[in-house]
Design a protein around this ligand. Sequence first.
Ligand code: FAD
Ligand code: FES
Length: 374
Amino acid sequence: MMREMYGLKVVEKTDEAKDAVTLVFDVSDKSLEGRFNFKAGQFIGITHNIKSEVVHRSYSISSDPNTSDRLAVSIKKVHEGRMSTFLVDQVNIGDELMVTPPAGNFYKEPESKRHHVMFAAGSGVTPMMSIIHHLSLKKPEDSITLFYWNQTFESSMFIKELKELSQTKKNFNLFLAFTKENLEVDEESNIFSLERVNDENLKTCYYNWSTTIDMPLFYLCGPEAYMNSVESFLSRRGFDEVQIRKESFLIGVKPTKSENTTTVSGEDELLVGDTENANTSRGGTCIATFDDETVEVVAKNDETVLEALLSAGESPPYSCMEGTCMACQCKVVEGVAEMPTESFLSDEEINERNVLSCQAYVRSNILKVDFDEF
Ligand SMILES: Cc1cc2nc3c(=O)[nH]c(=O)nc-3n(C[C@H](O)[C@H](O)[C@H](O)COP(=O)(O)OP(=O)(O)OC[C@H]3O[C@@H](n4cnc5c(N)ncnc54)[C@H](O)[C@@H]3O)c2cc1C
Ligand code: FES
């Protein structure tokens, strides 16, 4: 099954911080038929052959979703990282890269006026940038607060742009934390902490955002341990999980083995859904809902749910096809899906009947899945 990819030309490359660049693609070509229109907080996939290996990685879009002819991604080099090193060090203006269309649903447009409270660490600020651009333009009544952790000033992406925004936009507040800077906590410079994330500095964050009455929506992006600390603090403060959205970059995180595995014919299996009705072999009818439409396809025994939908000419959300980007996540509404025993989904997500359609096989006569919840 071929992933939907397009050759896009790099028209701009700028240094964003130490070992970090922004690449701007031209997406104005009419033949693209709007496939690169994007929503705030979405990401694209970039595929390239690096040292004889095809590498596919996801990158959040950092530009304003309200500009239709350009799309920017901002990449920070990770130690010995194949794609990030290639994009930061070797790609130049004029080069063409193979790119998959925007995917993901980190940001959902709220119906009422809200306070958007963002927690970002390192390159986790990237999806926040497109959300901040979008909110500044389309939701001037909403409040935006960004708490942004970095090691040093030099390694901080978008620092100049964010400081300018905090000075020019009345509804945008910026708070900076540095973990390896020899500085003082200083309100004038927006610096509120010189420590890694902990309950003490999260309390300072709380006092800074809780003054506004609009029900906050939280956006978290950064290393897993960072997001876990913030999420645990928020739930201890009584915020509901529906208020909290997380974007995981999964850098250096290994897929984990689920505790929910069962052993069938001597092999470990992970079945999700009405497991007592599972068939012993793969394949069956798949009824999928996405973009408010429901379609019915037949999945062969060697086809994943995503492959069956794509073979039938459908366009469900997806990007990497490798179980790492989470764009293809859906919920089992009826029937049984089989997932690999090791995946990036937590046991909690699996208990909630979530599966990755690029990894899941049909294991009941009928499997109903819903993509629209994500
Ligand atoms: C939805 C999404 C959005 C993203 N957005 C951005 C963005 O905006 N900007 C950005 O810079 N990045 C972003 N990323 C991360 C990006 O996709 C890459 O993961 C990152 O650039 C590293 O890729 P690489 O090929 O350079 O590194 P790799 O060659 O994959 O190696 C990554 C590093 O992790 C280590 N590593 C690799 N595999 C393992 C493992 N199994 N266990 C332990 N360590 C391991 C390696 O030693 C290396 O240091 C995003 C990821 C996702 C899923
Ligand atoms: S398409 Fe990326 S996880 Fe399935």
